[in-house]
Design a protein around this ligand. Structure first.
Ligand code: CDP
Length: 229
């Protein structure tokens, strides 16, 4: 890779899509192939939900959640090539896929004040590295100007089966409806995004298809990338 920081400006690849569409796997594998940091924005909304539940705050009580946001310290960084988050110095990652968090995260993520704080932290990553970020509003709100946008989808039955397969209790359809119907930054296909349906892809063929899309969107040759410039 070139070591000239001016060769390629920092950039973000936006991967959005509904629950269990395969976007995390795709983003992780793409990040490995392209040598970029992978940022899981959903983990940030999950971490705030974890904190609210820990403090016995009702996730649908916007005022109480906003008051909590004002007093907590949120740090987003990365360990190796994967994002991580701490809240008041605690890394909640082992807890983030629980049934309680799956059931409550959509209420928390619908609160605009929560989104504003987390979107600022998401954008901060570009201050020091190029990234692949996955979520719901990355191509529409967080990095609307990036040319690199993929909307990952899969049949609903395939998505539900994927969750059950990993032993997670998650009402995928209910969460998707809430995420798509909310007023602020709903799940949508962003302007310029190309839809990639992973229903019948293997991980490997899905990554190949994504790289083709990114090349068509103008992603520079891999050997010209300077991800941490
Ligand atoms: O992994 P999965 O697709 O199940 O979900 P996730 O990416 O971990 O996101 C969990 C929840 O966070 C979503 O259901 C949304 O409510 C919220 N979220 C969001 O609102 N905006 C994002 N950019 C990412 C996640």
């Amino acid at each position: 890779m070139s070591s000239d920081p001016a060769a390629t400006p920092r950039f973000a690849i936006a991967i959005d899509g509904p629950a269990a569409s395969g976007k995390s796997t795709l983003a992780r594998e793409l990040a490995k192939r392209l040598g970029l940091v992978m940022v899981n924005s959903g983990a940030m909304y999950r971490a705030v939900t974890w904190k609210a539940l820990q403090e016995d705050i009702d996730p649908s009580d916007d005022a109480a959640v906003i008051a909590m946001m004002d007093r907590i310290d949120i740090h987003c960084g990365e360990i190796g090539v994967t994002s991580n988050i701490t809240i008041d110095g605690v890394d909640p990652s082992p807890e983030l896929r629980s049934e309680a968090i799956n059931a409550n995260v959509s209420a928390i993520s619908a609160i605009p004040e929560v989104r504003k704080r987390l979107v600022d932290l998401q954008r901060n990553y570009l201050d020091h590295t190029s990234i692949i970020m996955e979520g719901r509003d990355i191509g529409s709100v967080v990095f609307p100007d990036t040319p690199f946008k993929i909307y990952v989808d899969a049949d609903e039955a395939v998505r539900a089966a994927r969750r059950t397969h990993v032993g997670e209790v998650d009402s995928v359809a209910k969460r998707d409806a809430a995420d798509s119907e909310r007023e602020h930054a709903p799940l949508m296909i962003a302007d310029g995004a190309v839809v990639l349906d992973t229903s019948h892809h293997t991980i490997e063929s899905g990554v190949d298809a994504a790289i083709e899309i990114l090349k068509q969107q103008g992603l520079p040759d891999l050997d010209k990338l300077t991800p941490s410039a």
